[in-house]
Write a protein that binds this ligand. Sequence first.
Ligand code: PXL
Length: 264
Amino acid sequence: MSQDNLLIIAGSDSSGGAGVQADIKTASKLGIYAATVITAVTAQNTKGAEAVEILPAWLVKKQLEAVTKDIRFKYIKIGMLGSAKIIDVVWEFLEKTKTKKVIWDPVMKCKNDVMLLPPEDWNNLKLAMIHHSVVVTPNIKELEILSRHNNIETEQDLLVAAKKINGELFAYIYAKAGHVPSIGADILIDKEHRATIYKDTLIDSTNIHGAGCTLSTAIACYLIQGKSIPVACKKAKNFVRKAILKGQKIGRGKVHPVNLNYLP
Ligand code: PXL
């Protein structure tokens, strides 16, 4: 019986570019079996989001119970949770099972500012993450919210904000700012507040939809394969970079998905 499985707790993106669709494609490409607990269904295409419906918490709980009483998981990737009630269900599960092997993408808003978690629930999300994750992967907006740092504009701001929440959450923080021209780097802060800076040339691409979901799932997959956290993060970053560079125009809109189907 395989125990090297990944559990994905996330929302569906009908365009196939982000959310649970990006997570499954990433896991498959990296050779990892993935099961899914769906939290929400979004109606989206490459032009934007048209509707979001959050699933009832009892159904999320039922999915969690059904898969975890049967299948063994080495890591869990958490993405969009969508409501305080679902955050509670996930928190209770993590407490009960004492699971710490979680890569947590604190999804709040997507790039086009569509709300994926209401602002009144942002603090609940932060509280739920404390002591419950190995790596947390905020983008700049999410890092600003979690650290209460209003304007992250420089590498120094990024370091200060990431170090602040890494002390509060007791997890590694992988802050995504490689696409921000004034920063141009992602950083990883370990539990002793030491920083690793991943600098790379900026990519001018519209194939960025799903990049965050792909990154956190790729980190989980590389950890399942036995890599250390810094190596898993570096490999995941390179994996996303390649998926952006291999991007194709999928629809008639302006923002297109990263490509997880390219042949090596
Ligand atoms: O990239 C964040 C994200 C997560 N989950 C779902 C999404 C998005 C962004 O669009 O649609 C379902």
